[in-house]
Write a protein that binds this ligand. Structure first.
Ligand SMILES: Nc1ncnc2c1ncn2[C@@H]1O[C@H](COP(=O)(O)OP(=O)(O)O)[C@@H](O)[C@H]1O
Ligand SMILES: [Mg+2]
Length: 254
């Protein structure tokens, strides 16, 4: 199993956000996490990546069978966990290409911050992948996300996911703010990651991405709990009655 989360209770300061979440993602498996706004999806993504702001009250996070609950974000990323942000932040003063080179060197185990090209294929691969995700080459030479459109920010995140070849990619609402061409591109990208042996946790609010890529399992989160788990029938139920109906059905049957 690539990722296994067991009975996770977590929050920020005194605010409890996750109330006992368990889920798993297998090797080269696409698993989707859905849920209404505010249900805790982004918090879970940050917690898996090791964001220091969140406190874990109970439960464990296992990555490739090892307990990583107490590891730093850096150590998690070195082990191969990559989070593509819902709202990728701007980093002024740092060009995208240099940012990528620094992450790339780190991923290869070169711990220095020197922007030194250890791998001759770096630039060529970066250019090739930029084409694949539909990001203009000129953006590689601009400051990270500064003045990027919503779609360009998303594409820059995917570019990093492709280049760094992590073992687990968490995509937090990659489909928000993208048009139909963008959706198709994400579908292609996810298939490429899976084909290369990467596991993907796809967080999404909408079912429309399933036209391009089919998850082997869908979890639905509501108020920090997983309230449903299944296949595409869950997506159909959400399309027909929205989250409210699905949650009412499940929670009232409890
Ligand atoms: N920095 C924060 N401080 C306090 N509460 C937060 C913070 N970030 C998120 N929350 C709360 O956690 C809950 C879950 O939010 P979030 O994880 O962003 O949900 P989702 O991604 O499903 O929309 C919400 O009630 C939100 O207000
Ligand atoms: Mg979110």
């Amino acid at each position: 199993m690539t990722l296994e989360i067991r009975d996770l209770h977590a929050g920020i300061d005194d605010k409890k956000i996750l109330n006992g979440v368990s889920l798993s993602v297998g090797r080269a498996e696409l698993v989707s996490l859905m849920g209404p706004n505010g249900s805790g999806k982004t918090s879970l993504a940050y917690i898996i990546a090791g964001h220091p702001r969140y406190k874990i009250y109970n439960g464990r996070i296992l990555f490739e069978g090892e307990d990583i609950t107490d590891l730093s974000p850096d150590e998690r990323s070195l082990r191969g966990i990559f989070l593509a942000f819902q709202n990728p932040p701007e980093i002024s003063g740092l060009r995208l290409l240099n940012f990528m080179l620094a992450s790339y060197n780190k991923r290869l185990g070169h711990r220095s911050n020197l922007l030194f090209v250890h791998d001759a294929g770096f630039l060529q691969r970066t250019r090739e992948y930029a084409g694949l995700v539909g990001l203009g080459q000129e953006l590689l030479y601009r400051e990270v996300n500064v003045g990027f459109s919503g779609g360009e920010r998303k594409r820059a995140e995917f570019l990093q996911a492709l280049l760094l070849k992590p073992k687990l990619v968490i995509l937090d609402e990659p489909d928000s703010g993208l048009d139909a061409d963008g959706l198709e591109m994400i579908g292609r990208l996810i298939r490429k990651l899976i084909d290369e042996g990467t596991s993907v946790l796809l967080i999404t609010h909408y079912t429309r991405i399933y036209r391009y890529v089919e998850p082997s399992r869908i979890y639905v989160m509501h108020e920090g709990r997983i309230v449903a788990e299944g296949g595409l029938e869950i997506a159909r139920a959400i399309d027909e009655g929205g989250y409210r109906k699905l949650v009412d059905m499940v929670v009232n049957n409890d």
